[in-house]
Design a protein around this ligand. Structure first.
Ligand code: SAM
Length: 229
């Protein structure tokens, strides 16, 4: 007989994989922000990957989510969240909702998360999943995220989970004083460096955080072609 309080074996197995992911891939890979590690230890990545990929839910790699797009590698999600240096009171814009996984992690690190996805069916799926899992401080939009979300600005943090040729100008306008933008930039669609920009009055301080590979950010202030569909 199964006790009502006991976890189903599958979810216990996922919880075990999740804590190993946090220890070995994240802490072992150099992620040190305890709030980020805690958030990553709480969000069930298995809920955000396709059902035929559950075995790979905690693998150290991105996974396909349909429409030629991917859910990012756990390390990359943790790295970008850490780079934003969130304390919990912030309004954050995420560009590139994808599966909704990073938005769920951000929702535990910030006060409100606004996430925008250009592909309608991915946005709708992510919205339903986030609602079902009670990530109630996440707001999902379908739009060209290279324009930011002017109606919801200003933001304390902006994180872009697709690679752009250059920093889209609307992000600077929509960023609050002292706020941060974390974005992969590169002159080829799948080969970027991650940058953090910090706004100080008229100045925008830029730091290079290292090499990454992302799907392209496509839109008015991004890449123009559709590379993957
Ligand atoms: N953060 C996502 C997650 O946790 O699953 C992974 C994002 S995936 C690496 C990049 C996403 O950016 C794709 O879903 C893609 O459709 C989206 N994207 C590309 N260009 C965009 C744009 N201009 N506006 C909004 N989303 C865009």
């Amino acid at each position: 007989m199964t006790l009502a309080t006991s976890k189903p074996p599958e979810s216990a197995a996922f919880a075990d994989q999740r804590s190993r992911m946090v220890e070995f891939q994240l802490r072992g890979g150099g992620i040190s922000d305890e709030r980020v590690l805690e958030a990553m230890s709480k969000v069930p990545r298995e809920e955000f990957v396709p059902s035929d990929m559950l075995d790979c839910a905690y693998g150290d790699c991105p996974l396909p989510i349909g429409a030629g797009q991917t859910i990012s590698q756990p390390f990359t999600v943790a790295f970008m969240c850490q780079a934003l240096k969130l304390s919990g009171d912030e309004r954050v814009l995420e560009v590139g909702t994808g599966s909704g996984y990073a938005a769920a992690v951000l929702s535990l690190l910030a006060k409100e998360v606004f996430t925008v996805e250009r592909i309608g069916r991915l946005a709708e799926r992510a919205k339903a999943r986030l609602l079902q899992l009670h990530y109630d401080n996440v707001h999902v939009f379908t739009a060209d995220g290279t324009l930011g979300l002017a109606d919801q600005a200003p933001f304390d943090g902006i994180v872009v989970t697709a690679g752009a040729p250059e920093l889209p100008a609307p992000y600077v306008t929509q960023l609050r004083e002292g706020g941060r933008i974390v974005i992969p930039l590169g002159c080829a669609p799948f080969d970027q460096c991650m940058y953090r920009y910090t706004k100080h009055g008229e100045d925008l301080r830029r730091e290079n955080l290292g090499g990454f590979a992302f799907v392209p950010l496509i839109g008015k202030h991004g890449w123009k072609g559709d590379f993957l569909r």
